[in-house]
Design a protein around this ligand. Structure first.
Ligand SMILES: NC(=O)c1ccc[n+]([C@@H]2O[C@H](COP(=O)([O-])OP(=O)(O)OC[C@H]3O[C@@H](n4cnc5c(N)ncnc54)[C@H](O)[C@@H]3O)[C@@H](O)[C@H]2O)c1
Length: 338
C-alpha cells in the first residue's frame, strides 16, 4: 500500500454488493480494508474470497475505524439515509447506492452534510458511467440527431423483487438518472400508473410519463413481471433516431438516419416525405460501468471534485421519483416535480 491509497470499506454483500467489492478491489488506488454484512451467511463467501480484507457483521467496527477514508453502501433502500448520515458524521467519504434516500428532505440533508464537512458524496447512478450511455450523450450533444422530440424506454424482466421498495424506487432511478444526464434538465411534471399484481403493497409494474422544460416527453416502462428481459431506449430526433439496447452484445447503440419531414406541396398544403438512410453503430469502450464508477469515486475523493453522479443529481432523481409516487397514489394525475 502507498500513502496515497484510499482505504475503503464496503457494506452489503447481497445481490449487488459482491459486484461493488470486486470492482473496489480491482481499481488501483483503493485499499479494500473491510467488507461488512449484517447477515453472516451473506458475509461468509465474500470474506472467503478476500482473505486479506477484514470482515465483520457489525457496521460500527468500520465506522469507528479512523483509518477508513471511504465507505460504499450497497444496502437496502430503507437503510440509505440513516447509514449515509452516520458515515458522513464519522468523517467518511460515501458512495451510496441509488436511490440516495426515500424523501427529498432526507436527500437534501445528506447533500448538505457532505458539503459542510467537505466530504465526497456520490450516488450509485451506475448507468451514467456506462460507455453506451456516455456515447449517446456525446451523440446528442453533437447535434447529430437534431432537436429531440421524445424518448421511450423499457426496463423490464422477471424479478428481482425488492422487499422494502416498489419497482418505481428500485428500477425508476436508473432511467430517471440517465434521462437527466442525457437531456441536461430535470423534468417539471410526471404522471405514473402502476399496479401490484402479486398482491403486495409495493407496485411491481409502473408506467411513467415525464415532461421536461424543453417540451421533450419521455415514456418509461418498468416492471419486475415480464416474460423476457428488455433494456431498450429509443430517442427520436428531428434529423435522426437513436436506439440504445443494453442487452445487445456489441452494437448497443445504433443511429438511424431516418425521419419524416413536412414539406409544402401546393398553396396551404403540406406533404410528408420519409427519409430512410444508413444505420451507424459507433465503437464502444467495453469497460464495466461499475469499474468506471468506482474509479470516478476515487478520483473525486483525491481531487475534491464534485462527482458526475453528484449529491444534487441524487436529490433530483428522488424529487422525480417522489412526484411519480404521488401520481401513482392519485391514479396517474400529473404531479409537479418539487
Ligand atoms: N447501481 C445498480 O445498478 C444497482 C443494481 C442492483 C442494486 N442496486 C442497489 O444496491 C442496493 C442493495 O441492493 P441488493 O439488491 O444488493 O439488496 P440485497 O437485499 O440483496 O442486499 C443487501 C444486503 O445488505 C445487508 N444489510 C442490510 N442492512 C445492513 C446493515 N445495517 N449492516 C450491514 N449489512 C446490512 C443485508 O444483509 C443484505 O445482504 C440497493 O440500494 C439497490 O437499489 C444498485
Amino acid at each position: 500500500m502507498t500513502s496515497s491509497e484510499v482505504r475503503v470499506a464496503a457494506v452489503g454483500c447481497g445481490y449487488w454488493g459482491p459486484n461493488v467489492i470486486r470492482n473496489l478491489d480491482a481499481v488501483p488506488g483503493f485499499d479494500l480494508r473491510w467488507v461488512c454484512d449484517a447477515d453472516p451467511e451473506r458475509l461468509a463467501p465474500v470474506a472467503a474470497r478476500y482473505p486479506s480484507t477484514r470482515a465483520t457483521a457489525d457496521l460500527d467496527e468500520l465506522f469507528d475505524d479512523a483509518s477508513v477514508d471511504a465507505i460504499y453502501l450497497a444496502t437496502p433502500v430503507s437503510t440509505h439515509y440513516d447509514l449515509t448520515r452516520r458515515a458522513l458524521r464519522q468523517g467518511k467519504h460515501v458512495l451510496i447506492e441509488k436511490p440516495m434516500a426515500t424523501t427529498v428532505e432526507q436527500s437534501e440533508e445528506l447533500a448538505a452534510l457532505a458539503a459542510a464537512n467537505r466530504l465526497t458524496l456520490m450516488v450509485g447512478h451506475t448507468f451514467v458511467f456506462s460507455p453506451p450511455v456516455r456515447k449517446v450523450k456525446e451523440l446528442l450533444d453533437s447535434g447529430l440527431i437534431g432537436p429531440i422530440y421524445y424518448v421511450e424506454t423499457t426496463r423490464v424482466n422477471l424479478g428481482l423483487f425488492q422487499k422494502d421498495v416498489s419497482v418505481l424506487w428500485d428500477l425508476g432511478p436508473h432511467d430517471v438518472s440517465i434521462l437527466i444526464y442525457w437531456l441536461g434538465e430535470v423534468p417539471t411534471q410526471v404522471s405514473a400508473r402502476g399496479r401490484s399484481y402479486l398482491g403486495e403493497a409495493l407496485e411491481d409494474v409502473a408506467f411513467l410519463t415525464l415532461e421536461f422544460p424543453s417540451g421533450i416527453l419521455a415514456q418509461v416502462q418498468i416492471s419486475w413481471l415480464a416474460p423476457s428481459k428488455l433494456r431498450r431506449t429509443s430517442i427520436v430526433g428531428r434529423q435522426r433516431m437513436i436506439v440504445y439496447d443494453d442487452l445487445e452484445p456489441v452494437e448497443k447503440v445504433k443511429v438511424y438516419d431516418r425521419g419524416v419531414e413536412r414539406q409544402p406541396a401546393s398553396f396551404g398544403e403540406f406533404q410528408l416525405t420519409y427519409r430512410s438512410g444508413d444505420i451507424l453503430s459507433p465503437r464502444l469502450d467495453t469497460t464495466e460501468p461499475l469499474y468506471l464508477e468506482c474509479e470516478h469515486f476515487l478520483h473525486c475523493i483525491r481531487e475534491g471534485q464534485v462527482p458526475d453522479a453528484s449529491p444534487q443529481s441524487g436529490v433530483d432523481v428522488v424529487r422525480v421519483i417522489q412526484a411519480a409516487e404521488r401520481s401513482l397514489r392519485c391514479n396517474g394525475a400529473p404531479q409537479r416535480v418539487m
